[in-house]
Design a protein around this ligand. Sequence first.
Ligand code: S3P
Length: 451
Amino acid sequence: MSSHGDPVPMTARKGTALKGVADVPGDKSISHRSLILGAMAVGETVITGLLEGQDVLDTAKAMRAFGADVTRDAEGVWHVHGVGVGGFAEPEDVIDCGNSGTGVRLIMGTMATSPIVATFTGDASLRGRPMARVTDPLALFGTTSVGRKGGRLPMTITGAANPVPVRYKTPVPSAQVKSAVLLAGLNAPGQTVVIEAEATRDHTERMLAGFGAEITTEITPEGRVITLTGQPELKPQTIVVPRDPSSAAFPVCAALIVPGSDVLVPNIGLNPTRAGLFETLREMGADLTYENLREEGGEPVADLRARFSPDMTGIEVPPERAASMIDEYPILSVVAANAKGQTVMRGVKELRVKESDRIEAMAVGLRAAGVTVEDGPDWWIVHGRGAGGVPGGVTVATHLDHRIAMSFLCAGMASAQPITVDDAGPIATSFPVFEPLMRGLGARLDRTNRA
Ligand code: S3P
């Protein structure tokens, strides 16, 4: 069920220990980029391990609408016949990116320097999210856009017929903004430069280099200076999508808080721009080990082993780590509720403009479940109740946000009374096998709505 359908209430209850191997799906960020860059290459890109979540399926559909030939051969195995940089055709209909901020923002960037017009929309969550952070820099290329008040979707973008390269310092730490500018820069002559004060996930840079673009990153006092030479011919690639550390976070954290658990989550990429949660958990005293640590495709990869950790203690999460774990704060707050002492999270304003206002959604739900949470514009503090100390016994609102739904279901696996989420449907956007995978480890999840 997708977030477009009827709500799917789901309840998690305390049960036995979680045990076994959790094979989590492919990385969402890399899956979107594989399809988009495949569509910009000349020839056939083959992707294996693609995440077949709704967000990525919406991007695949969009790439077809812009003229690429995108086919699915088998589970996770996809072929993309690209149209080349600057080769996008004008879509005949509105592009619906569903729940996906990454999809819409990266695709807007990709089409922004072609002389075509496209109208974008999405679900209620996506229509509430800010797009000016992308359309402002795209205007510097010569792109125009018309949207709803506050730069909201639906929005129509007219691509620049004669784009000029830009130099842009991102005002917020955002890989989506950085990527939109770089993807637009692909079809601008000369060098497009993006400067980011804080390092955000670098998949776009790595993958552009892999597809044969000339791209460099320099670390300067101003931050990371990324320079892309426009109008390359991108060469099709064979891509093996690594598994998603942001999805791995759920079985890992559930194992840490459910008594007696011992779960192995194999083949997880530990790219430093993504691995902040695991570092934080280890600092809190989690029994989380990296087994079989190795390099694959130039990136560190390990099998994560998480065991029940009754003695975790809250920490102050370093704000400079925020970008490397930005999607993991909701599940971290659940672990924090099951740790001793306070977990302080600062410098996290961006959490307020994700699929939901994630500070608000977690704070409201955790408070209802009996946990003390303080919050301000860009910070929040969870007062831990120790292992198994969350009372629970509530139904929480997930606001069309997959990570809020999964976080509260994991919370309910350890709380005294069950926790129900009002809608588990959005989980399909990023982790379609969450329910069977967690059940396979021993979790008690069911689709009745009584807490
Ligand atoms: C993503 C970047 C992050 C993250 C999102 C995926 C990406 O968003 O929250 O889930 O793939 O580039 P921001 O760029 O808004 O920080």
